[in-house]
Design a protein around this ligand. Sequence first.
Ligand code: ATP
Length: 138
Amino acid sequence: KEKTLGMIKPDGVEKLGQILDEIYKRGFLLTRLRMCCLDRNQAFRFYEEHRDKPFFNALIDYITSGPIIVFEIVNTNAVDNWREAIGPTDPSRARTVAPTSIRAQYGIDVTRNVVHGSDSAASAVRELEFFFPSSGPM
Ligand code: ATP
């Protein structure tokens, strides 16, 4: 079994019931979950690989605009299965190529695309450690 980090972004939290239902319908097992707010410093660290991209400031403004929910999914092929469930980055593209994906159904635009998923097993390890540090309070 593999682990991945899923996130419901600020606009997704406003549609929480529907997004949780999408997760439930697909049978994903959530093994850890927390709701939190990222400050700008934490958002910079989480998205540091994108710091030179033209959309970086918009991404930081968006991800710090309200609470997010992060969770660990344990599943065979968790990384790829969750990426497939969320669909392509741009919701309008998702509506063409993956109309039943979560981004296709609930995404607003390429910034406000409701959910996130680690893009590889190595990112999943880093991102899970970011939100659920093994040195944490539990
Ligand atoms: P995520 O990492 O959130 O799962 P992703 O892997 O599909 O998304 P990335 O290329 O890693 O996409 O981009 C990270 C996030 O940055 C996207 O989810 C989106 O919110 C934002 N983003 C990506 N590309 C653009 C863009 N061209 N314009 C605006 N925002 C963008």
